[in-house]
Design a protein around this ligand. Structure first.
Ligand SMILES: O=C(O)CCC(=O)C(=O)O
Length: 246
């Protein structure tokens, strides 16, 4: 698989779109695994599975799910590693990285119908902070068509050239972070059909809009890099990892 123009776009703009990477049956296979897992959300709830759409504290919340997210659903469903989406994504990541790609992270997010919640502008690197770098390419794989109406991503082109911005915690009870930096006027929303995906690097500033539609908006997000999760232990990351546990 050669993704020359996508590689160039990823380097220049910090994001790219790959059209028709997956067949409808690939998406159906993932839906059959991830949707039932999200339905079990209440029993998984904890540090790695949370409602990131609820902008209220637990005392104020009406209790209805708004934006359930599960970190590393592959821990609960290792079968996900065997799916054609995983295999095709790893191949595409290898082409973009120019060497064998290895799995670093995945998460699944459901924006519930009518969700009021925007995912704030952020860089994925902000979740790791300035001292731990995994150098991933991050594939955002929607499980239905997406546009501005149902919560697609928007990117600030070229924003990855400006390094890691300051981020504030969007809500003390939730993990979302938000940056105010970057030219929001330049935002480019991506409109994707089932089978397309968008790809960004960890410094690309992006956000997701609300889901105003009557259907849930699902996305599976897969991060790949050259050394997989071993990249946490790269020499440059060790001081940052030690600082986290002290
Ligand atoms: O799917 C979403 O709503 C947001 C995804 C996102 O911003 C991310 O994976 O970094």
């Amino acid at each position: 698989m050669e993704l020359k123009s996508e590689t160039e776009q990823l380097e220049d703009a910090g994001f790219t779109v790959i059209r028709g990477l997956y067949a409808p049956e690939d998406i159906a296979e993932i839906r059959e695994l991830l949707v039932p897992l999200l339905e079990e959300f209440d029993s998984l709830k904890g540090r790695k599975a949370r409602d990131i759409g609820d902008t209220f504290t637990s005392e104020q919340s009406d209790g209805a799910l708004k934006q359930p997210e599960i970190d590393r659903p592959t821990r609960f469903l290792p079968l996900l590693f065997k799916t054609s989406i995983f295999q095709k994504t790893r191949k595409a990541a290898s082409s973009l990285l120019g060497s064998d790609a290895r799995y670093a992270f995945d998460h699944v997010i459901c924006k519930m119908p009518g969700s009021e919640t925007e995912t704030p502008w952020h860089q994925d690197q902000a979740y790791l902070g300035p001292n731990v770098w995994l150098n991933t390419v991050n594939f955002w794989i929607p499980l239905q068509d997406v546009d501005e109406e149902n919560g697609t991503l928007s990117y600030l082109p070229g924003s990855h050239h400006d390094g890691l911005h300051d981020h504030a915690i969007a809500n003390p009870e939730k993990p979302h972070v938000r940056t105010t930096e970057g030219d929001k006027e330049a935002a480019i929303p991506v409109r994707l059909k089932v089978g397309d995906c968008s790809v960004h690097n960890s410094l690309s500033v992006h956000r997701a809009s609300r889901n105003k539609s009557a259907e849930p908006r699902y996305a599976w997000i897969l991060h790949f890099n050259r050394y997989g999760r071993l990249a946490y232990f790269a020499p440059r990351n060790i001081p940052g990892l030690i600082a986290r546990v002290l």
